[in-house]
Ligand binder design. Structure first.
Ligand code: C5P
Length: 205
């Protein structure tokens, strides 16, 4: 069974995807991490994330970069959203995601275009959303836990800009794929969101 979990940043899709993978004993791939690695590598190369050429060169990042904690930062998230606009970058990352999705036994993948591009044949397609306010609030609390001082308004503005870039791009924009079930986590606690996701997957079976 392939489970596709798409949605914007900080919607809870990562948490849901991880929980589904554990529940169904399936391997999980956070595809955002691949784009984050490209963004980070591009910066390390001294490249410009808005240049398709520089971004493509950064697709040859070493595998151990995926374990770099810096990949989780807001700065790297912003770079990821810029390099991910370029079609050659999406092409370069396609095969890796595609072979993960089609491995025997199935898989859970989370991202922006799993149900629309990477695995349109997925049995279960979830689109996880939450209001910008709820998502900004979550990020804010996460950052406070890490003793990082960022204003809530700044986080909300950054999320909104990233949403616009992900939705507005020509190649593989963030869309609700046909047949996907939407789960709005704005007012759900973690456990409630996971239960809703499992119920949704069960309904696909
Ligand atoms: O999900 P995450 O915030 O880690 O993704 C970082 C960025 O990578 C997103 O803003 C998006 O632009 C890009 N991305 C993408 N396609 C995916 C996953 C992530 O374009 N499948």
């Amino acid at each position: 069974m392939i489970i596709a979990v798409d949605g914007p940043t900080a919607s809870g899709k990562g948490t849901i995807a991880k929980a589904l993978a554990a529940h169904y004993s399936l391997p999980h791939l956070d595809t955002g991490l691949l784009y984050r690695a490209v963004g980070r590598q591009c910066a390390k190369n001294g490249g410009n994330p808005d240049s398709a050429e520089d971004a493509l060169a950064a697709c040859a990042f070493p595998d151990d970069l995926l374990a770099d904690p810096e990949l989780r930062s807001e700065v790297t998230g912003g770079l990821a959203s810029r390099v991910s606009i370029h079609p050659p970058v999406r092409q370069a990352l396609y095969e890796r995601q595609r072979s993960f999705a089609t491995q025997p036994g199935g898989a859970v993948l989370d991202g922006r275009d799993i149900a629309s591009v990477i695995a349109p044949e997925a049995e279960a397609k979830l689109f996880v959303t939450a209001s910008v306010e709820a998502r900004a609030q979550r990020r804010f609390l996460e950052m406070q836990e890490q003793n990082r001082d960022v204003a809530l308004e700044e986080i909300a503005a950054d999320l909104a800009a990233r949403d616009e870039r992900d939705r507005g791009r020509k190649d593989a924009p963030l869309v609700i794929a046909e047949g996907a079930v939407e789960i709005d986590t704005s007012d759900l606690r973690r456990e409630e969101a996971i239960a809703a996701a499992i119920a949704a997957v069960e309904a696909f079976r």
